[in-house]
Design a protein around this ligand. Structure first.
Ligand SMILES: Nc1c(NC[C@H](O)[C@H](O)[C@H](O)CO)[nH]c(=O)[nH]c1=O
Ligand SMILES: CC(=O)[C@@H](O)COP(=O)(O)O
Length: 163
């Protein structure tokens, strides 16, 4: 199902585990900051709405989406978190750099999920245009940050009941 056929902000609150004892790291890319800060707000709001305490949310900024990999690894290694949300916005420019950044970040975050015990949520928009990014960070298609916050809670819970 494409994003255009669902709203990224909608979820059934009755299906979300209580997250009051979980601690979350959020790593945010500064590239396309107007987009990533909206994604971050969506994620934080979702966490708070489902019982997470403000003191259990650690937020760090990194220069770009490529740096989300290192930032997420350092978050895992130093902050005793139950899940990490990696937030970025990559928008196609004139060159193939978009392809390399998107591939590297998706592979790097996948690797963290395989190589560490902490789930890392891929909240990285990879859009052809700024409007597509706006539409998915609080616009007509909802907020992918909200979706990421809910995913982080569900994965932290899965980790807690399978440890
Ligand atoms: N063009 C975008 C970038 N590019 C920067 C890279 O992410 C990285 O910071 C640089 O290559 C140095 O390592 N980053 C984004 O997040 N979004 C873009 O649209
Ligand atoms: C994703 C990028 O790195 C890209 O936005 C940079 O733009 P350009 O390809 O025009 O250098």
């Amino acid at each position: 199902m494409a994003t255009a056929n669902k709203n990224l902000s909608q979820y059934d609150k009755n299906t979300i585990p209580n997250a009051k004892n979980f601690r979350f790291g959020i790593v945010v890319s500064e590239w396309n900051e107007s987009i990533t800060e909206n994604l971050c707000k969506g994620a934080i709001d979702a966490l708070l709405e489902n019982g997470v305490s403000e003191e259990n949310i650690v937020k760090w900024d990194v220069p770009g989406s490529f740096e989300l990999i290192y930032g997420s690894k350092r978050m895992i290694d130093t902050q005793n978190v139950d899940a990490v949300i990696a937030i970025g916005s990559v928008i196609q420019g004139e060159t193939k750099h978009f392809d390399f950044v998107c591939e590297a970040v998706s592979q790097g975050i996948k690797d963290l999920n395989v190589q560490t015990d902490i789930p890392v949520v891929f909240c990285v928009l990879t859009d052809n245009t700024l409007q597509q990014a706006i539409d998915r960070s609080g616009g007509k298609h909802g907020n992918k940050g909200t979706e990421a916050g809910i995913v982080a809670i569900k994965m932290a819970y899965l980790r807690s009941v399978t440890s």
